[in-house]
Design a protein around this ligand. Structure first.
Ligand SMILES: [Fe+2]
Length: 485
């Protein structure tokens, strides 16, 4: 293992762009830490594990570095009996093992090559999302790669799971959804060639039980999907690769405001031709909060990416594409409704005031009506989350918020953790990492989900910075094959 590089602002020098320096710089150690200093009290009725995936390049990149690049590393906080154990481990992907054997980075990043390039191979890093399924954590990659099965307690990589995949691209995108009532995992794959997308279901035993091609009008760069009890909601976004750049093996994206955003509602085990598409106002969409059925309607609550505007009020396509590519977020909580009987659509902004993204919620409500989401306030200038906010997904009301200091704090994606004997949707805690740049302190924070405005009930201090990353989840003991008790 290379030397300890914590608090070094540019461990790989300054030639790879700003997205790998300062607080974005990776860390070099894997640790298991317990008996950490605690301010407040870790609740006794909090049992399970918070997992957060993100990029953490182990070796100096080839060329410029993008947030999306870098070996996936999971940070975890495992709670039981009023105590917590923190761990961080790289996911041992095929690419990680190749780099390990070479002693250097042998892949190219997303700014320097394209997926499936033979000359400049990209690393399938599984660094984007993590979710509990069939007793283990599943790590996935936003460009659709091989899912990796990780032990949620030890964080050791159990195996790659190529048997989950079928179809043209044989990939699994980030943002797979797990229906915790049935154990089904729903996923999508996307690729530049026709038909451009596919959709699959892996059952609770880890068997691919359904897979169908989904025809799109062209190459698309969708990011998320929704599920309800009976349907899945697939996205067709007006964002795609610049064709000339793609042919030349370069990464450049376009936002086309002449196209609507479309959502395709397909029965969970539906055939390709059973999908029904619904059109909405042009925008990009990174993240879905939750979706459900109400009578004849399918409802999806999401963070709508607000296209940048020119002085005359028209959409600035170039600036929007650039903002999407660099993860400069300007998003609002938004409600989409699709009537399966009449074909009618309705969309409305739930809250115009707050730029919120990276939503967590009580994932036992996945696919059924839920009231609460826990999001981060977004610094629109860069990938930095300045505070925690609880929002009502039915009314759009901002119910509570907290920040240790919006100018100095870097939060992670929050996730809801139910109490051991929870009696209501928000009867539990919210878990989040917070790096405070003013005093150079890394904390793991636990909030009472019904009283976020009072601040953390427990602040656990970690000796090392947790670099900004992407997505998180919560797994209850009953969902964990290797839970120690
Ligand atoms: Fe994402």
């Amino acid at each position: 293992m290379s030397e300890y590089i914590s608090n070094v602002e540019a461990p790989f020098g300054l030639n790879h762009g700003p997205q790998i320096t300062g607080n974005y710089a990776p860390i070099a150690t894997e640790q298991t830490l317990q008996d950490l200093p605690v301010e407040g009290k870790i609740p006794q009725d909090l049992s399970g594990v918070y997992l957060r995936n993100g990029p953490n390049p182990r070796f100096e990149p080839k060329g410029s570095h993008h947030y999306f690049d870098g070996d996936g590393m999971i940070h975890s906080a495992c709670f039981s009996n009023g105590k917590v154990v923190y761990r961080n481990r790289w996911i041992r992907t095929e690419g990680w093992l190749k780099n390990d054997a070479a002693g250097e980075e042998v892949h190219w990043g997303v700014m320097n090559t394209v997926k499936d390039s033979r000359d400049k191979p990209m690393n399938d890093v599984a660094n984007t999302d993590v979710i509990g399924h069939a007793g283990y954590a599943v790590a996935s990659w936003y460009l659709a790669g091989t899912p990796y099965i990780v032990d949620p307690i030890s964080l050791s990589t159990v195996r790659a799971a190529p048997e989950y995949l079928a179809g043209h691209g044989k990939g699994m995108s980030a943002h797979v959804k797990v229906d915790e009532r049935t154990g089904d995992l729903m996923y999508f794959d996307y690729f530049t060639e026709k038909p451009h997308m596919s959709y699959g279901v892996v059952n609770k035993a880890g068997e691919l039980v359904h897979h169908v091609p989904i025809e799109l009008p062209g190459d698309r760069l969708m990011h998320d999907m929704g599920v309800t009890t009976n349907y899945s909601i697939l996205h067709d976004v007006p964002v795609y690769h610049d064709e000339d750049a793609l042919r030349a093996g370069r990464h450049k994206i376009r936002f086309d405001s002449s196209l609507p955003i479309r959502f395709g509602v397909i029965p969970r085990f539906g055939k390709s031709d059973s999908i029904r598409w619904f059109e909405f106002s042009s925008c990009f969409l990174y993240h879905v909060v939750n979706s459900w059925e109400e009578g004849d309607e399918v409802v999806m609550v999401a963070c709508r990416y607000m296209p940048a505007k020119k002085a005359d009020g028209s959409i600035d396509e170039e600036r929007t594409a650039k903002m999407i590519a660099t993860l400069q977020m300007d998003a609002r909580l938004w409600c989409y409704r699709m009537n399966l009987k009449t074909g009618a659509t309705h969309e409305h902004c739930l809250n115009s005031e707050h730029n919120v993204e990276f939503p967590g919620f009580n994932s036992s409500y996945t696919g059924v009506r839920s009231e609460f989401a826990y999001l981060v306030d977004h610094d629109p200038r860069m990938l930095r989350w300045t505070g925690l906010r609880k929002m009502n997904t039915l009314t759009g009301e901002s119910e509570a918020d907290w920040s240790d200091g919006p100018e100095n704090c870097w939060y992670s994606e929050p996730w809801f953790a139910p109490k051991d004997n929870a009696k209501a949707e928000d009867d539990g805690y919210v878990i989040i990492f917070c790096w405070n740049d003013a005093n150079k302190t890394q904390q793991l924070q636990v909030f009472d989900a019904q009283n976020i405005g009072s601040g953390p009930v427990a602040r656990i201090t970690l000796p090392e910075r947790v670099p900004p990353g992407f997505h998180a989840c919560w797994m209850k003991p009953s969902q964990i094959a290797t839970w120690p008790e």
